[in-house]
Write a protein that binds this ligand. Sequence first.
Ligand SMILES: Nc1nc2c(c(=O)[nH]1)N[C@H]1C(S)=C(S)[C@@H](COP(=O)(O)O)O[C@H]1N2
Ligand SMILES: [Mo]
Length: 408
Amino acid sequence: MVTRRSFLIGVGGAALSAPAHLREGLAADSFSLDPHLPIGLRNIAQLEALPGKVPLIKLTYRPPNYETPLHYFNELFTPNDAFFVRYHLSDIPEVDPKSWRLAVGGDAATKPFELTLDALKRDFMPVEIPAVCQCSGSRRGLFEPHVAGVEWGYGAMGNARWKGIRLKDILDRAGLTKEAIEIAFDGADGPALDKTPDFVKSIPVWKALDPDTLIAYEMNGQPLPHFNGAPARIIVPGWTATYWMKHLTRITARSTPEDNFWMKAAYRIPVGKFPLVQRFLTQETAANTPITEMVVNSLITTPAESEKVRMGQTLTAKGIAWDGGYGITSVEISTDEGQTWSRATLGPDVGRYSFRQWTFPLKTTRKGALTLLARATNAVGQTQNSTLIQNPGGYHHNLMHRVSVIVG
Ligand SMILES: Nc1nc2c(c(=O)[nH]1)N[C@H]1C(S)=C(S)[C@@H](COP(=O)(O)O)O[C@H]1N2
Ligand SMILES: [Mo]
């Protein structure tokens, strides 16, 4: 079926019309939406640039939810200006780094204090960690049956080098009591007119004290872009991005579980359904538990869906794999719908929380459609699913990615 849809390319907004899966006429860096996304979404999604960003796939404007087009993941690190944007609340102030203050306190902190950005950079040791920032609901739009929420495709994620200081160093200065069980974060953004509760998230104290959990002020060597949390945000490597508080203003050490809507009702998964190791026990109920680490996953970034390839041509398929930080041990490719698998060559390991690139030589010996499947496995033996683990939030989609090229 060919539906007419128009979308804006570039800031100038040259209008083009083409169904997403029949876009051979468009440049290689053009817009592509997965054919499995709900048709309603495929008709309204637009490429549009927020200030400071290249055109991204706009899913909602208030609050801004924009995903990264798939082809950007051909790069190991996602460019800052192409990095996805996700917000729950519409009032998003531009924070002046000069007047910004970070308040640290709570009933489980003996020495509350405030910090300027200069003091944060000056008084604590800087560290830099490559890590994937992935929304829990990335690929929610690919769930069948569909699940309510922002109908993300593949691009509610990105990989960056995050530079900042250890959250642990801040908590050491705050003098945690032995009753401390959770560390909560608040950001400068808030609800606009609606009654949506303020976005506050907490993590277990053991995760907050992990030397890899950071307060970052730089991303890929540049100050954080406004829409990715300037002037400072939380980085919880391995865990989904819901805890990666942007525009951080307050850190609260708690002796009791945080009990707001965003902890108690949202970002929860059924107990025991996913193969996960790290648990957030102070928030767990008999039925469900907060989402924690990312599941093992991969993508094929080259070739693009429906790309035309000449018969006899050898091309190099490439892509990325990532997990919750155990480390990718293999990526396998199948060209026969999963009957047989061959190992791809892994690129350099730049850190256990980063994307791991892979390549695979592809021979085209027959005319017609050639379908690739990719499957990643990690160091604790977790692998991607061939059937979806259904859950009410539409989280943790890690079905094997499928891309078909046309050999002619
Ligand atoms: N202040 C603030 N921080 C936030 C959020 C938010 O709505 N407000 N959303 C969280 C969620 S759910 C995600 S997926 C990531 C998105 O990070 P990004 O916009 O930098 O890509 O930010 C997290 N931090
Ligand atoms: Mo998210």
